[in-house]
Design a protein around this ligand. Structure first.
Ligand code: SF4
Ligand code: SF4
Length: 482
């Protein structure tokens, strides 16, 4: 029998099945233990000190108690605390990104994904470098600066060299005032050597969804292909870290297994990275299984309601306050609105989830990975966010200044976010307004910027940010950052 050890490099020890079962039992027994719930909430509450605002976060056991709690009053407190933490660290800023699908060739047999190798009727596509250039131009013309690169696993069609060449192409396109300043990469688990090459190619975050932490389910859901190997997949982030990538993004596909099990596994994975490498995950994504070609979500019986999904988001926010949280256009506008308050810090906008989708006039469906619920344009999403009091941010400053891994985390913990993220958000929003926005969005955005500039505490930073914003309006100078 394996024993739980967060410092172990063996997947079944740092994500230990028995520890998860014990955690779930402990959480269930204590789900109405009000004094314990209050102690946990008190521990997690933001504390103001001379050095800024600090949050202790929670262990997977403590957070699982909050997740299991279904008392109305305590649930409301949990959600209020999540909102408070969200505001303390992320303010009203929401970072924008878009996925870019390079290829849907895949040798794996994941039963929940239409790209699985047994799907013979889906159109298979792989973009050429020229097609990537055209897609990137289309994305730049929408206003995007940050991408998430997606490709299936196929050593013949999509070898690592293809991904590396594609990254080079993506970063080299400079159309009008556009540029992709950060390309995050979501590709299959690979070797330390390959991760080193990805790091050298300048990737932002390496993202790999675990899909499910439940080993037995994992093996059943991935019956064929290299992804079948649970330990190799689960230990991928360790290899990425060993290859020098210190921004890694975790995620599970909610709906495949019991959400409480996944939640505990996700937090144990974060604790493992912190324990071994001194830095937790840069981001956590919370996709839910959705309809797609060949995929019927009702075939999976662990789907969770919108209310439970929101509760999961709130509990993750409280447990890992310094980790960014991502939600995609899989979710509807209504779900995204609530999720943004409870903890989400990054969303995609104007997404097309098919290979080559951005250069088509109409949204193509033949090679889509999932149905997009939120089909609004980026401009509509930006305008909607601002109307809800959020600042859409196209900031990539940390990556460009080399503030990754623990250097990024120390910025988060230093209390300098209002003097750094906030002006960066306003300057990159102005870039969007000046270059890409519709007149209505520009009008709303400029009023918002005027108001939000006042919130920058450091007077020198405030004056400089205002000057840079004027420069962006009056000239083609771009890419100012703190
Ligand atoms: S989830 Fe990824 S690995 Fe699995 S079939 Fe889809 S593209 Fe391939
Ligand atoms: S300054 Fe860094 S942490 Fe802040 S929004 Fe920009 S990239 Fe993110």
């Amino acid at each position: 029998m394996t024993v739980y050890n967060p410092k172990s490099l063996h997947a079944e020890e740092f994500i230990n099945h028995q520890e998860i079962l014990d955690t779930l039992e402990y959480a269930w027994e204590n789900r109405h233990n009000i004094p314990l719930i209050e102690r946990i909430l008190e521990k997690a509450r933001p504390k103001r000190t001379a050095g800024g605002v600090h949050c202790a976060g929670l262990t997977h056991r403590e957070a699982s108690v909050l997740l299991a709690c279904d008392l109305p009053e305590q649930t409301a407190q949990i959600h209020r605390l999540a909102e408070e933490i969200k505001l303390a660290f992320y303010g009203n800023r929401i970072v924008m990104f878009a996925p870019l699908y390079l290829s849907n060739y895949c040798v794996n047999g994941c039963v929940y994904c239409p790209y699985h190798a047994q799907n013979r009727h889906i159109t298979r596509k792989k973009l050429t470098q020229e097609e990537i250039r055209q897609e990137v131009i289309a994305l730049q013309d929408m206003g995007h600066k940050r991408l998430a690169i997606e490709a299936g696993e196929d050593p013949v069609h999509n070898p690592l060299d293809y991904i590396l060449e594609s990254l080079h192409t993506i970063y080299s396109v400079k159309h009008k005032n556009g540029a992709i300043r950060r390309a995050n990469v979501n590709i299959a688990a690979t070797t330390v050597e390959d991760y080193r090459k990805l790091k050298q190619a300048g990737i932002g975050t390496y993202i790999l969804f675990q899909e499910t932490y439940h080993k037995q389910s994992y093996e059943a859901l991935h019956p064929t292909g290299p992804k079948h190997n649970y330990c190799y997949h689960t230990q991928a982030m360790d290899r990425a870290m060993q290859g020098g990538i210190d921004d890694v993004g975790l995620g599970v596909l909610f709906g495949l297994e019991k959400y409480r099990y996944e939640f505990a596994g996700l937090l144990m994975h974060a604790e493992h990275l912190e324990a071994v490498y001194g830095v937790g995950p840069h981001t956590i994504s919370v996709p839910r299984i959705k309809r797609a070609d060949d995929i019927d979500p009702t075939a999976f019986d662990n789907g969770l309601s919108d209310a439970l999904f929101e509760h999961v988001i709130a509990c993750i926010r409280i447990a890992v306050p310094y980790t960014g949280m991502i939600i995609s256009t899989r979710e509807s506008q209504q779900v995204r609105a609530r999720a943004l308050r409870l903890g989400i810090s990054q969303i995609s906008g104007g997404s097309r989830t098919s290979v080559g989708g951005y250069t088509e006039a109409e949204r193509p469906h033949d090679s889509e990975q999932f149905d997009v619920s939120d089909q609004r344009t980026l401009d509509e999403v930006v305008s909607w966010l601002m109307e809800q009091g959020h600042i859409p941010s196209f900031c990539t400053a940390c990556y460009r200044e080399g503030r990754t891994g623990d250097r990024f985390m120390s910025l988060c913990k230093s209390g300098q976010i209002l003097n750094c993220c906030h002006p960066n958000a306003l300057m990159t929003l102005e870039e969007y307004l000046a270059d890409y926005a519709t007149p209505d969005t520009r009008r709303i955005g400029r009023a918002l910027i005027a108001q939000e500039l006042e919130k920058i505490p450091n007077q020198r930073v405030r004056t400089l940010a205002a000057q840079h914003i004027e420069d962006i309006r009056a000239s083609n100078r771009r890419d100012f950052r703190f």
